[in-house]
Design a protein around this ligand. Structure first.
Ligand code: ZN
Length: 117
């Protein structure tokens, strides 16, 4: 058994806001106090509520993203933002970054299953 991943605290959210420059992860416009937590790997793919899998986004941007996996550009942006940060990246996101084209969801499913042990 591995320890359960930590949930997102208020302090984590403040640090995300700083790392994102006060902007929505998806549209890049200021987001402020109305930010919602978007799960980078959506729950539909096994994504969990832990700092390494959460970004701040407008409610409408969060809704528009819906249940899709992040694009390579989004993953690259997240990696840049999180470099050297204790928030880190949830391992399935790192796995997805290295996925072969067409193998994205399989790669994520394997990485999520591996965490469950
Ligand atoms: Zn937005």
């Amino acid at each position: 058994m591995t320890a359960p991943a930590p949930a997102v605290t208020r302090e984590d959210a403040r640090l995300m806001d700083i790392l994102q420059g006060g902007r929505c992860f998806y549209c890049g416009e200021p987001v402020g106090a109305k930010a919602t937590f978007d799960h980078v790997i959506p729950a539909a793919y096994g994504g969990i509520n832990t700092p390494g899998n959460v970004v701040l986004a407008h409610r409408r941007c969060n809704r528009m993203k819906g249940d899709r996996l992040p694009t390579p550009e989004e993953i690259a942006r997240l990696m840049r933002q999180r470099r050297g940060s204790r928030l880190g990246l949830w391992p399935p996101i790192t796995a997805l970054a290295a996925a072969e084209p067409g193998q994205e969801w399989v790669t994520v499913a394997r990485a999520v299953a591996a965490l469950k042990g």
